[in-house]
Design a binder for this molecule. Structure first.
Ligand SMILES: Nc1ncnc2c1ncn2[C@@H]1O[C@H](COP(=O)(O)OP(=O)(O)OP(=O)(O)O)[C@@H](O)[C@H]1O
Length: 280
């Protein structure tokens, strides 16, 4: 059976002044994601996480290789792929509601004005913003703005949601609350999510699989780590799961001790699948 999202022999290099000074971010990466999976990607700063996400979004092109989603080649941006960045990217002159209806109208042109409004309100309520829908971004806190971005992304029902460190700029408390909203909204919509994070606890809370990327240049996807913790997951309870610290230890050991090991003939073309809860 064909996978929902396939990355095939993907490479990305940024040209230098001379050919020998080209910067190879990653080379010959292959990976697949199934429909409805929540996948987080972790790796050191500069290893190429945003570059992969931008290529998946169609905002940048791979140097070589191929991406297909739902049987079609990914070329350019599309409403099938929604992106949430760290810096909110809302339209500042529109209210929270209009920021969402704007995307919903484009995605569902046959919906009436009232349907668009109701649909958008439903998603703003899901992220706890029901009372603030008429405020402009400048009248909202950072956490609220990011909630609007998330509501907007989910409300347009993209087949793939790409989240580039969406909570990176938020304080721990706000971050935790929005993680809860994200779990709630994802468990209702079951959309396929690809998310960059630097936070191992966030990845374990949210993901079905965590991709571990080696250090660049010439980075590879070294491992996919299975998060074998039952859902629904709650922030306060997930840490009591017997597998939690095994997964956490595996991720941290990779980042601290092993992420620079994948060079030369150790570069992996396809990642090793690891379930840390089964390692004795
Ligand atoms: N437009 C560009 N031109 C040249 N080099 C670039 C360009 N964009 C990114 N790079 C380089 O590619 C590498 C990967 O960058 P990328 O932003 O994907 O890393 P990242 O893993 O997302 O980092 P961070 O975690 O810090 O956001 C970096 O070394 C960066 O300097």
């Amino acid at each position: 059976m064909k996978s929902f999202l396939t990355l095939e022999c993907l490479s990305k290099k940024f040209p230098g002044k001379k050919k020998e000074s080209d910067y190879v971010v990653f080379d010959d990466i292959s990976y697949t994601i199934e429909e409805g999976e929540f996948v987080c990607i972790i790796g050191h700063s500069g290893c190429g996480k945003s570059t992969i996400l931008n290529v998946l979004a169609g905002l940048d092109q791979p140097s070589t290789g191929y991406i297909s989603m739902d049987g079609k080649e990914v070329i350019g941006s599309s409403l099938d792929r929604g992106v949430v960045f760290q810096n909110y990217s809302l339209l500042p002159w529109l209210s929270a509601l209009k920021n969402v209806t704007f995307g919903v109208k484009a995605r569902f042109p046959k919906k009436s004005k009232i349907e668009v409004q109701e649909h958008s309100l439903k998603y703003l309520e899901m992220v706890g913003l029901g009372e603030n829908v008429h405020k402009k971004p400048s009248e909202l806190s950072g956490g609220m703005r990011q909630r609007v971005s998330i509501a907007r992304a989910f409300a347009t029902h993209p087949k793939l949601l790409l989240l580039d460190e969406p909570f990176g700029a938020l304080d721990a408390l706000t971050r935790g609350n929005i993680q809860d909203e994200l779990i709630k909204i994802w468990s209702e919509t079951k959309q396929t999510v690809f998310m960059i994070t630097h936070d191992v606890d966030e990845a374990i809370l949210l993901a079905d699989k965590i991709i571990l990327m080696s250090n660049g240049p010439g980075a590879c996807i070294a491992e996919e780590v299975i998060v074998n913790i039952p859902r629904p997951r709650q922030r306060g309870k997930v840490i009591d799961d017997p597998g939690y610290y095994k997964i956490r230890k595996h991720l941290i050991k990779f980042l601290v001790e092993r992420s620079s090991d994948f060079t030369g003939d150790k570069v992996r073309k396809t990642p090793l699948t690891v379930d840390p809860t089964k390692i004795t």
